[in-house]
Design a protein around this ligand. Structure first.
Ligand SMILES: [Zn+2]
Length: 538
């Protein structure tokens, strides 16, 4: 360092206005050995001494404490850049190159292009880099930057590998426990039930099991003044306004879909794109690390599965805003098995009526892949209700006398056809998802424009959603949902349905798996209870 100081003294008489830049990241703190040498105080002392020894004018000290060097998204760094642009500074000093950044491309950009372009002299003290001097150390700079970059990459790999192996052992590594649980005070990798929060989780599930929609659940929680996770935990962080005092659909959805509540450890659901980018992306389900029975369940597996099934019927109601009928979301095309859409309403020639239309037909009418399946929605609902009443009455009569008949008309003798079809769909789903991933990387690397990316992404997502609909309906056709032969429950629900003046959607969703409408206007009704699986042709 002494040699360097001597050399520096020989440089011309420009008045240097100095910015000291200090960065400390969490990674640095982890290593006790490095802790001391990298600490803010230590960096500041070294740099201040250097400025004083050389008689430079100190303008400001910029400290990013707790920021990683893998990107330049740091508040104080940005403030310094601004001050340079305002002409307040013409010299930047850091303890070593890695303090400036651990990403060698961008770090190099700053050292080799941006600083010189703005007439800023940059000195990295311990590496002996000085952009005003033609020393051999400058040639070392890019090399040093690469080493720093490698250090980060290596570090992030190591951290990831360590986390992964813990996850595979079923150990909780997420820090803050999911709502309903707390971290075991004797073992930070183990979850135990949080007695204050678990009843709320149970309540949300039981409301969902009754067939209530997310909004209905939210209303009830609000009316009963049930506190949100944020309120209960009173976390001292900055939250989005909406998250503070109100239950919202995102919270409800994430609770209802979290398998962790069944006692299985589910981790690795999201990951960072790379160690350089902060964006977090959801992982494909195949990458989730699930270890069964690692902690006490809050919800039984059976109830959890039932909630997932109901949620599937309730979501994707594309016409939800217009109409929410009793059987909306349950009606499928009898021929191509895609979900029925509704059209009509106030616009057009429909005089306020809604009509069903096969989604395949609607989208590809010119290709003649399917037929319209147009049916007045109101009439269809009445017809379904009539048919249900008949079936239910028979069912009650029969179940009260002897074992009821299960006239399970086998509509699915061509299961082979279905499963080969399923394979095709799965393959094409996979390709589309892979393309999405590739595009995302392309966007990050700047190979395609944001607008172009969004356009293609939306198109791909539409196609994926459609394929998934198809896939689900095929799976449901192949495997009969044996949600159960719970006869008593079934009879109770059927009686409830029969006794109601207005049929309720909640009960319909629990009893009925799907309704298929054929072009000749006949209907098949599939039930969730095996004993009820009587198909009707009338
Ligand atoms: Zn169709």
């Amino acid at each position: 360092m002494e040699v360097l100081t001597n050399v520096l003294n020989k440089v011309s008489e420009i008045v240097y206005k100095v910015a000291i830049y200090i960065r400390l990241s969490k990674e640095d703190e982890k290593d006790d050995k490095e802790k001391d040498s990298e600490s803010v105080t230590n960096q500041r002392n070294i740099l201040l001494k250097f400025v004083k020894d050389n008689g430079y004018e100190l303008v400001d000290i910029y400290i990013d404490d707790g920021f990683t060097g893998t990107n330049f998204d740091r508040p104080e760094f940005k403030r310094m850049i601004k001050d340079i642009e305002l002409g307040k500074i013409n010299m930047v000093i850091t303890k070593d190159l890695s303090r400036l950044g651990r990403d060698y491309i961008t770090t190099g950009e700053y050292v080799e292009k941006w600083f010189p372009k703005h007439n800023v002299r940059y000195i990295s003290l311990l590496d002996g880099v000085d952009t005003m001097l033609d020393t051999t150390n400058n040639e070392i700079a890019p090399f040093k930057a690469i080493i720093n970059d490698m250090y980060s990459r290596d570090n992030s790999k190591k951290i990831k590998a360590a986390l992964k192996s813990k996850q595979q052992e079923g150990k909780w590594v997420g820090g803050c426990a999911p709502f309903g649980y707390k971290v075991n005070p004797n073992d930070k990798n183990h979850l135990v039930i949080n007695e204050e929060e678990a009843p709320i989780v149970r309540k949300i599930f039981s409301l969902a099991l009754e067939g209530k929609s997310k909004n209905q659940i939210i209303n009830q929680l609000f009316n009963e003044k049930i506190p949100t996770p944020t309120q209960i935990r009173n976390v001292n962080r900055t939250f989005k306004y909406s998250e503070l005092g109100y239950w919202n659909t995102t919270t409800i959805r994430s609770i209802l879909s979290n398998e962790l509540y069944t006692g299985d450890m589910v981790q690795n659901r999201r990951s960072r794109i790379s160690y350089k980018v902060r964006n977090i992306v959801p992982n494909d389900k195949s990458e989730w690390i699930i270890v069964p029975n690692t902690h006490e369940p809050i919800i039984s597996r059976k109830d959890f599965q039932e909630v997932q099934r109901i949620a599937k019927v309730n979501t994707g109601l594309r016409y939800e805003k217009k109409i929410r009928g009793v059987f909306d979301g349950l009606i499928y095309c009898g021929e191509c098995k895609s979900r029925m859409a509704l059209q009509g309403g106030n616009g057009g020639h429909c005089h306020g009526h809604y009509y069903t239309i096969c989604n395949t037909y609607r989208k590809y009418s010119k290709l003649k892949l399917c037929t319209s399946h147009s049916y007045n929605f109101e009439k269809l609902e009445n017809k379904i209700i009539e048919q249900l009443k008949e079936i239910f009455k028979d069912y009650i009569d029969e179940s009260e006398t002897t074992n009821n008949l299960i006239k399970n008309k086998d509509k699915l003798n061509d299961t082979n056809d279905l499963s080969s079809n399923l394979k095709k769909i799965e393959k094409s789903l996979e390709t589309k998802k892979r393309n999405l991933d590739k595009m995302y990387i392309d966007k990050l690397e700047g190979n395609i424009e944001e607008e172009q990316y969004n356009r293609i992404k939306n198109k791909l997502n539409d196609e994926i959603r459609e394929l998934e609909d198809k896939k689900n309906s095929i799976i449901e056709s192949i495997y009969d949902n044996d949600l159960s032969n719970d006869n008593e429950k079934c009879i109770a629900l059927v009686k409830e349905f029969l006794n109601m003046e207005e049929p309720s959607r909640e009960i319909a969703v629990r009893l009925i798996k799907r309704i298929e409408l054929h072009q000749d206007k006949t209907i098949d009704i599939y039930f969730n209870f095996k004993k009820l699986n009587i198909l009707s042709d009338s």
